[in-house]
Design a protein around this ligand. Sequence first.
Ligand code: FEO
Length: 135
Amino acid sequence: MSLFEWSDKFSVEITSIDEQHKKLVNFINNLDDAMIVGKGKHVIGGILDGLVHYTIEHFDYEEQLFDTHGYPDADAHKKEHKDLVAQVARFKQSFKSGKEELTKDLMDFLKDWLMNHIMDIDKKYSPFLKDKNIS
Ligand code: FEO
């Protein structure tokens, strides 16, 4: 069973964004699988690079929609994004330098940040962006 099972309760009801969120979920599940089977540092480091890169790309996508359509909570949401990227990038550096291991606790942390961000923060823009016909 995957660490993070996608279900409709995570949907923000905007297809393009749901697809991006599913891709982030896949990164986290791939990372968890790699940890469980004991993949080497090189493989895990590569998945972490992908996760950081794709997270930034996804956050940029949302932020462009906020700017284009004048989303009123954009500043607070962007701050959340900035903090999350900093946290994951910090962990990636720490892992690559050998200071930190990929552990079950860390995987739970990654899963929770994505889950909580989608459920508590992203879902707030759903009615606003749907009203602008974003799909
Ligand atoms: Fe889907 Fe605000 O990240």
